[in-house]
Write a protein that binds this ligand. Structure first.
Ligand code: ZN
Length: 247
């Protein structure tokens, strides 16, 4: 399917600015309003260049950016200041927002890196690595398929070098995303976000980052999603720091 139209929401929440698309994976989150504004202008220009219509719904005052977004070619709808997000958008966003309270996390699935190696069959680990490689090799809306094609073994190299630890907070991040036991449908993950592993592009794909091993790191899903949440030994969202003397 070719995307012809994209809608972005522009929202401010406790010092964190978020631009999130409704119909694709694009989102920008940052504490610095100017940075978000500039990145959004780049995004709009790129979308327009590709023939994609871009609409922005602002839940925050856009200030000087309103003109810049319009000049870049976006259709902006403002006047939503102080209004609630539509329920559908709210459902999609709030459960993984940093400022949303989440219940206490369940106990960790693995006691240490060594415990993970002992209890997870090689094939199961590789299935996960192939899935991460496949995702990283995909063409995205705003970036072509990377020149370097990752293999599952490449991903395992990254995880093994990190001993499953997040490059930013240091939490042991090797659990899978939670899913519904019967249907397999994805469940909210914020509660254990610092324990879920993900492949991180140090220079992100939208910014021209590629799949070379030097541009890859292992990061927990929480730090990967929210740059502003990258705190060493953070104890929120299931952060777990075993001493792991066996490795
Ligand atoms: Zn982390």
């Amino acid at each position: 399917m070719i995307t012809k139209h994209i809608e972005l929401q522009f929202r401010h929440s406790d010092g964190l600015y978020i631009v999130r698309s409704i119909r694709s994976e694009i989102y920008i989150s940052h504490c610095d309003r100017d940075e978000v504004g500039k990145a959004t202008v780049r995004l709009i220009k790129e979308l327009i260049r590709k023939g994609i219509t871009c609409r922005i719904e602002a839940y925050d005052s856009l200030g000087p950016f309103l003109k810049q977004f319009r000049d870049a070619g976006a259709i902006c709808r403002t006047g939503l200041v102080d209004q609630e997000l539509p329920p559908v958008a709210k459902r999609r966003i709030t459960w993984q927002m940093p400022d949303t309270p989440v219940p206490d996390p369940p106990p960790p699935v693995f006691a240490s890196w060594a415990d993970y190696l002992n209890r997870t069959p090689y094939n199961e680990r590789m299935v996960r690595c192939y899935a991460a490689a496949k995702k990283a090799n995909r063409k995205r809306l705003l970036s072509d398929a990377p020149e370097y094609h990752l293999t599952g073994k490449d991903v395992w190299t990254v995880i093994e070098a990190a001993k499953g630890r997040c490059a930013y907070c240091g939490s042991l991040a090797i659990e899978n995303r939670p899913s519904h036991p019967k249907t397999g449908a994805p469940l909210p993950w914020a509660q254990v976000g610092r324990r879920i592993g993900s492949l991180e592009h140090i220079n992100w794909r939208f910014g021209g980052g590629d799949n070379k091993l030097t541009n890859l790191a292992w990061a927990c899903l929480w730090c990967n999603t929210w740059e502003s949440e990258r705190r060493k030994n953070a104890s929120d969202h299931g952060g777990f720091y075993p001493t792991d003397k066996q490795t």
